[in-house]
Design a protein around this ligand. Structure first.
Ligand SMILES: [Zn+2]
Ligand SMILES: [Zn+2]
Length: 150
């Protein structure tokens, strides 16, 4: 299925900006809204930051995108949806990497006491230091760009 079909099936209007956002997120690596907005503008011309945020919100709500919000970092977006993968996050530069869920299905952790809740997801973030930062060449700006550098 292509993006336009996905949008229509999600009940969203197909716009050049939304298509460009989906493309930018797919091409990116857990990009934040600022990076996505920059990519989108390079592709379709002026789109306001607010419009990008609104579209990201709609696309996330329609589950075409997934948002992750590591503590202390801007929200990141990814197009890998529909599985229960987790993330490794670098404490120094904020780089994010996917890691498959060892169990496969949510929730992959069970609380010791559910207090009567029905539990459908355990949000797991593995914090540590990425390979680049371990050798001292991580990106101190914290936007994960170092990970994309050649
Ligand atoms: Zn790092
Ligand atoms: Zn991911």
């Amino acid at each position: 299925m292509d993006d336009a079909t996905d949008l229509r099936e999600a009940g969203l209007r197909v716009t050049a900006a939304r298509l460009a956002i989906l493309e930018a997120v797919r091409a990116g690596d857990h990009s934040d809204a600022e990076h996505i907005a920059r990519d989108v503008r390079a592709k379709v011309g002026h789109v306001s930051t607010q419009a990008v945020y609104d579209a990201l919100h709609a696309l996330t709500g329609a589950r075409l995108l997934r948002r992750i919000e590591p503590a202390g970092s801007a929200a990141r977006y990814e197009a890998r949806v529909g599985d229960n993968h987790h993330h490794l996050v670098c404490r120094r530069c904020g780089a994010v990497a996917d890691t498959d869920c060892v169990v496969g299905l949510a929730p992959c952790l069970v609380p010791s006491d559910t207090h009567g809740f029905t539990v459908d997801e355990a949000e797991v973030v593995f914090w540590g230091v990425c390979p680049q930062c371990q050798v001292g060449s991580g990106d101190p700006r914290g936007d994960g760009a170092a990970k994309r550098a050649p």
